[in-house]
Ligand binder design. Structure first.
Ligand code: S3P
Length: 442
C-alpha cells in the first residue's frame, strides 16, 4: 500500500531552518494572469503541485505556450481573451476549486461551449457561487447535475456594467468576477466581504484600471477593461497555509525552535498567526519586506507551553479559512474549551472539514460539540494517545492528511494515515521537510 503513512512515534525536539513551497493562491493567479498578457512572463519558485499543473495544462489546452525549467516557468501570453482552442474542448480543474472557479471568469467571451470537469472532490462542490455572478455578464451555463461539475460555459457577445455583492468572504468568487472584468467592456463593481486580496494587488501592480475603497467589513472594487496587460515576472513567496502545519508542529513539540524563511504574510492570510498567538503561541515575524504589494517575512516559532483555549472572533475566519484543521489540533492541546463560530464554509472545502476535523479529534479522545456552523473543542493539554488511529475515506483532502500527520507527530499513538499522495495537490515537499527537521522521524 504505497500511499499509506504509518507514524509510530513523536518527533524529537529540533532547532531548524526551513523553506516551504510557493504560495498556491499566488501561483494559480500568476498562471492565469500571465496567459492574458502579451509577451513572456517568468515565475520563480512557482508551486510545482498538481493544482498548479492543472492550471498550466488548462491554459495550454486554451492555446497558450508554457515552458517549465528547473528554476522557473515561462508563459507566453496571447493577450486578453487570446485563447485559441478546438471545438468541444474539455478542461480539467482536477482537485482545484481555485482553478475551477477562476478560469470561468476568463472564459466569459468563449464563442464555443467549453466543458469544465474536476475530480471526485471538486465534483461535489458548489459552482453556483460563481455561475450566478458570471451570468450577469450574459454568460450561459449548462449543467448535468444542478450547480455541480461537469458544467459547460458559453460566452457572451455584449457586455454591460455589472454590479456584484460577494457576501461569503470568498476570494475565489471575487477573483472569478475580477478576471471576468478583464473581458467586459462595461465597468464591473464589486462589493466584497473581506477575503484574501492577492488578485487586487496583482491588478494594481499590472496597472489594470482598478479602484478600491476599503471599509472595515467590505471592499468596494471598480474595474474597467485594460487595453492590454504587459508581461510580468514574479517571485512567488512561501505559502502561509503550508507553513501553518510546521508552526503548530513546533509549538506542540517541547524544546524546539523553527525559522521558516520568506513566507507571504499578507494581512488577509495570517489569521492563523493571530489566533495561535491569542492561544499563547510564541511566534514572531522577522526580516519583513514588501514585494509588489505583498508582505513577506521569516517566521520564528518556539515551542510553547500553557496554551489557552480561544473564543475565536469570527472576523478572523476568512483570513484563516484554510488553517482551521491545524488550529483545531492546537485547541485540542489547549487548556479549556475553544469555540469557533460561523465556520460552515469549512464543509464546502475539498472535504467537509468541519465534520471530519471533529471526527479526527474524537478519535484522538478529544470531546467536541459540533453544530452545522460551529464547534466547541474540549482541550487536553496533557493528551497522550496510546491506541491505533486510522485515517481514511476523507476524499483525499491534502489538509486532512497533513493535520493528521502533525497530530501523530505531536500527540503520540500509532497512526495509519491513508492517501499520502494527496499532499501533491498543494505541498509536495511536506514529508521531505519533516524528515529534514528530524531525520529519525517517519
Ligand atoms: C482561495 C480562496 C479560499 C481558499 C482556497 C484558495 C483563493 O477559498 O479556501 O484554498 O486562492 O482564492 P474560498 O474563496 O472558497 O473561501
Amino acid at each position: 500500500m504505497k500511499s499509506l503513512l504509518k507514524v509510530n512515534k513523536k518527533i524529537n525536539s529540533f532547532n531548524q531552518e526551513i523553506k516551504v513551497d510557493g504560495d498556491k493562491s499566488l501561483s494559480i493567479r500568476w498562471v492565469l494572469l500571465a496567459s492574458q498578457t502579451i509577451g513572456r512572463c517568468r515565475a520563480y519558485n512557482l508551486l510545482m503541485s498538481e493544482d498548479v499543473f492543472a492550471a498550466i495544462d488548462t491554459i495550454k489546452e486554451l492555446g497558450i505556450k508554457v515552458k517549465i525549467y528547473k528554476d522557473y516557468c515561462d508563459i507566453f501570453g496571447n493577450g486578453i481573451n487570446g485563447f485559441k482552442y478546438k471545438k468541444n474542448l474539455t478542461i480539467n480543474a482536477k482537485n482545484s476549486g481555485t482553478l475551477g472557479r477562476l478560469i470561468l471568469g476568463l472564459l466569459i467571451k468563449s464563442p464555443q461551449k467549453i466543458k469544465l470537469i474536476g475530480d471526485k472532490s471538486l465534483s461535489k462542490r458548489d459552482f453556483s457561487r460563481v455561475t450566478i455572478p458570471l451570468k450577469k455578464f450574459g454568460v450561459k451555463f449548462f449543467y448535468k447535475k444542478k450547480n455541480k461539475l461537469p458544467l459547460s460555459i458559453l460566452g457572451s457577445k455584449s457586455f454591460k456594467d455589472v454590479k456584484y455583492f460577494e457576501n461569503r468572504g470568498s476570494a475565489q468568487c471575487k477573483s472569478s468576477v475580477m478576471l471576468a472584468a478583464l473581458n467586459s467592456s462595461g465597468t464591473t463593481s464589486i462589493k466584497a466581504k473581506k477575503s484574501r486580496n492577492h488578485s487586487e494587488l496583482i491588478f494594481k501592480y499590472l496597472k489594470i484600471p482598478i479602484k478600491i475603497k476599503e471599509t472595515k467589513k467590505f471592499d468596494f472594487i471598480d474595474i474597467k477593461q485594460p487595453k492590454k496587460i504587459k508581461a510580468f515576472d514574479y517571485k512567488i513567496p512561501g505559502d502561509i497555509s503550508s507553513s501553518a502545519f510546521f508552526i503548530v508542529l513546533t509549538i506542540l513539540t517541547t524544546n524546539s525552535k523553527l525559522l521558516i524563511k520568506n513566507v507571504n504574510i499578507n494581512s488577509s492570510r495570517i489569521g492563523v498567526i493571530s489566533i495561535l498567538k491569542k492561544m499563547g503561541a510564541k511566534i514572531s515575524l522577522k526580516n519583513k519586506k514588501n514585494y509588489r504589494g505583498e508582505k513577506i517575512s521569516d517566521i520564528l516559532i518556539k515551542s510553547s507551553q500553557n496554551l489557552k483555549a480561544i473564543n475565536c472572533p469570527p472576523e478572523l475566519n476568512s483570513s484563516a479559512i484554510d488553517e482551521f484543521l491545524i488550529i483545531f489540533l492546537m485547541a485540542a492541546r489547549a487548556k479549556g474549551i475553544s469555540h469557533f463560530r460561523n465556520v460552515s464554509e469549512l464543509n464546502q472545502k475539498e472535504s467537509p472539514r468541519l465534520d471530519l476535523g471533529s471526527k479526527i479529534l474524537n478519535m484522538m479522545g478529544i470531546k467536541t460539540e459540533l453544530t452545522k456552523d460551529s464547534i466547541k473543542i474540549h482541550g487536553q493539554p496533557n493528551l497522550k494517545i496510546t491506541k491505533l488511529i486510522i485515517i481514511k475515506d476523507y476524499l483525499k483532502d491534502h489538509r486532512i492528511f497533513m493535520m493528521s500527520t502533525i497530530a501523530a507527530l505531536t500527540c503520540g499513538g500509532k497512526w495509519e494515515i491513508h492517501d499520502k499522495d494527496s499532499i501533491n495537490t498543494s505541498f509536495p515537499s511536506f514529508l521531505k521537510i519533516i524528515r529534514k527537521i528530524d531525520n529519525k522521524s517517519l
